[in-house]
Design a protein around this ligand. Sequence first.
Ligand code: GLY
Length: 426
Amino acid sequence: MKILIVGSGGREHAIAVSAAKSPKVDKIYCAPGNAGIGQIAQCVPIAAMEFEKLAAFAKEHAVDFTIIGMDDPLVGGIVDVFEQQGLKVFGPRKNAAVLEGSKAFSKDLMKKYNIPTAAYETFDDPNAALAYLKTADMPIVLKADGLALGKGVLICQTLEEAEKGVKTIMEEKKFGDAGARMVVEQFMTGREVSVLSFTDGKTIQIMSSAQDHKRAKDGDQGLNTGGMGTFSPSPFYTEEVDAFCRKHIYQATVDAMAAEGRPFVGVIFFGLMLTEDGPKVLEYNARFGDPEAQVVLPRMKNDMIEVMQACVEGRLDEIELEFEENAAVCVVLASDGYPIAYQKGYPIEGLDAFDNREDYFCFHAGTAVKDGKIVTNGGRVLGITAKGEDLVKARQKAYEAVSWVNFENKYMRHDIGKAIDDADVS
Ligand code: GLY
């Protein structure tokens, strides 16, 4: 089979590595890809939002199956364009990707179908939002309705902060059109867990759990980022939590989307909070998490292409997902200054250290080839993943491996997986 992967981050590198392991796959293309993906796939200089060009490429090169990694093209309707041209593609159609594309849609869906989530109100008018906030308890959460690179969520401790937040989102439009509508949500406390799943629109199969670290600095300080590291599985995702979510959240979401005439085929990412009142949905995403994919996919025993084909062909009930009985930790190496301002173009040394090592992965995110050398080309540069027999060993190995690679302005968090110490996992 010939595969095309759309995207250019660590998630797409992890998808490419899993695709390359499939005996079904002879050739992988990635658009636009990055330097690491280019070592196992042919990178194609077409941007992820150029749907017609991508579909034309897929036809011209007889691509059998396309995998969409990123949220923007999914929310923009890339799957519909491919399907209209008779191309096989993995991911939700536009009318289902709205599960991630509109926070107001997903909150209304959860309310209508009794899926546990925080109480909320939706506003199109900043004055109405400001009037509501005067009556609300603090802290409170403000969410830009649309996609905002994971940054459109503000947690406000006081009324003054919340009023400023309304201005930032709805008036100054810091997150662009994503802030034309805003969801105001009750603040919840608890541990966050990411649960990824495959679904064919009827059946849902749950992958191993993970936990992200979204803040830029140690101790969960600093600005929100795309994710500075992950571990899998989460020791806080107990059998009891799993049973509750299977009963009240996972199948309920798939059934709700089908009942709305929006069958969801692809990956649903459940961002959960384990509150005192039980697990609740913080957010849905319509694709693999990044960096979650970098710890979950390396632990999956199934042929990923076979699972994705089963989703597209509506026969996911024939598949049983299996994960290794181990753990993985990913530490993101970023450019210092991320997520605001940072230099790029620095040569990366030591990448060869990862060659032929089974338990270690160096997933590329912001990298490029310049004058024959691999250089930094983004905020998140590499995801260093290690597998170990348990979370403690995996974390130790991941933090050993981060010293194998170097580039000027290399930055990382030193406390990825600190939560592991709160649980008895060794
Ligand atoms: N790691 C969070 C996300 O992919 O949105």
